[in-house]
Design a protein around this ligand. Structure first.
Ligand code: HQG
Length: 182
C-alpha cells in the first residue's frame, strides 16, 4: 500500500514542479529545475513538512518516476506534465512505435472527434506506449475510453514526437485523422 507521506509529498512536488512554483514563492529555471535547499526551506516556512530524505525517497520510489535530481544532486525537476509556460525540458525528438494510446472519458469524445487531442492546460498531449497505462490515465476521470494514435504515420507527416525521461510520449497535438475511436 502506498505510503501516505510519500503520496502527499509527490502531489506537493507535482504542484510546485509542474504547475505553481509560486505557492512557495519560487520559480523554475528555464529547464524546469528548482534548487532543493530553497524548496525545502520555502515549503517548511509555509507549513509543508519537507526534508531531503523525504525528497530522495519520493524520487527513488515514485510509481511513475515523475521527478529527477540533477547530476550534482542540488536540483530537482519533473520529467513531464508541466503547465508552467516557458519550461524547456530539452527533449530530443524520438521515433514512436506504430501505435500509441491515450486514455480519456466519454464526455470529451465529441470534441476530440472534432478537434483531435489538444494539450489544454499542459504543455503537451500525453500518450502512452501501452494500453494499461493509458487506461489508468483515463480512469482518473471516470469510465476509461482508449484511443489509438497512428503515431508512425503522424510522424512521417511531420509531427514531432518526444519521449520524456520517464517514458511518457509527448506531442503538440493529435489531429483527428490519426485517431481511432473505440
Ligand atoms: C482531454 C497524469 C476535450 C484529454 C497521467 C484529457 C498522464 C480533450 C484531458 C498525465 C481534448 C486533459 C496527463 C479536446 C484532449 N477536447 N477534451 N480536444 N483533447 N482532451 O490531465 O492525458 O499522475 O492534461 O483526453 O497519468 O489526462 O499527474 O492530460 O482527459 O500521464 O503524473 O483533456 O497526467 O500523470 O487532461 O494526463 P490532462 P491526461 P501524473
Amino acid at each position: 500500500k502506498a505510503d501516505k507521506r510519500l503520496v502527499s509529498t509527490s502531489k506537493f512536488l507535482s504542484l510546485v514542479l509542474r504547475h505553481q512554483p509560486d505557492v512557495i514563492g519560487m520559480s523554475l529555471d528555464e529547464q524546469g529545475w528548482l534548487e532543493i535547499d530553497g524548496l525545502i526551506e520555502n515549503a517548511n516556512t509555509r507549513g509543508k513538512k519537507l526534508t531531503l530524505d523525504l525528497i530522495h525517497e519520493v524520487v527513488a520510489t515514485n510509481d511513475k518516476k515523475r521527478f529527477v535530481l540533477s547530476d550534482d544532486g542540488l536540483r530537482i525537476r519533473a520529467s513531464q506534465g508541466h503547465s508552467v509556460s516557458g519550461v524547456n525540458l530539452n527533449l530530443t525528438a524520438a521515433s514512436p512505435p506504430e501505435t500509441l494510446y491515450h486514455g480519456t472519458v466519454d464526455a470529451f469524445l465529441p470534441r476530440i472527434r472534432e478537434q483531435g487531442l489538444q494539450k489544454r492546460s499542459r504543455n503537451h498531449v500525453h500518450l502512452s506506449a501501452d494500453q494499461a497505462t493509458a487506461t489508468n490515465v483515463g480512469s482518473r476521470r471516470g469510465k476509461p475510453r482508449l484511443l489509438l494514435i497512428a503515431a508512425q504515420r503522424m510522424q512521417q507527416a511531420g509531427h514531432a514526437f518526444y519521449l520524456s525521461e520517464n517514458e511518457v510520449w509527448l506531442v503538440d497535438s493529435v489531429p483527428p485523422a490519426y485517431l481511432t475511436f473505440p
